[in-house]
Design a protein. Structure first.
Length: 149
């Protein structure tokens, strides 16, 4: 293989790797949203737990129900974070396999395809978990309740 064909091969791999790199950017943004939501859930749960000791029985049962809902939301967000990170790692593996196949002159197309499909499945399930968390959050949303106007 001449130097020009080697450079051409690497340039082609870089072109192929651009789409997965953009996907990584999107997954990174999703991770930012997910971690912020998890932090807010945790903060809300801690605030409710602090007030449990000074509440009456009826307020206490309402707070415990709210804590159970927050726990369920946190589980969905945690699953979405784990799957999003898994997706990002698999996309990195795709990029590495693209370059590795070029450097070692090996056909890794089957591996690249399988790993990319796994990455997309992880992302799909992560987004479904995120959607479930949002559904739970909006189902329990109480806008305007308890306010006097």
């Amino acid at each position: 293989m001449t130097q020009d064909s080697g450079i051409t091969a690497i340039a082609h791999v870089i072109q192929l790797a651009v789409a997965p790199v953009f996907l990584l950017t999107g997954v990174g943004a999703l991770l930012g949203v997910l971690t912020n939501r998890l932090a807010r859930i945790i903060d809300r749960a801690r605030a409710l737990e602090e007030r449990l000791g000074v509440q009456g029985e009826s307020e206490r049962s309402a707070s415990e129900a709210h804590l159970a809902t927050l726990s369920e939301r946190a589980r969905h967000i945690n699953r979405a974070i784990i799957l999003s990170v898994t997706c990002a790692l698999l996309v990195c593996a795709v990029i590495a396999a693209l370059f590795g196949g070029t450097f070692f002159r090996t056909d890794l197309s089957g591996l690249v395809g399988a790993v990319f499909i796994a990455a997309m499945l992880a992302l799909i399930v992560a987004l479904v978990s995120f959607l479930l968390e949002i559904s739970i959050a909006t189902r329990n949303l109480r806008i305007g309740q308890g306010r006097r106007g």
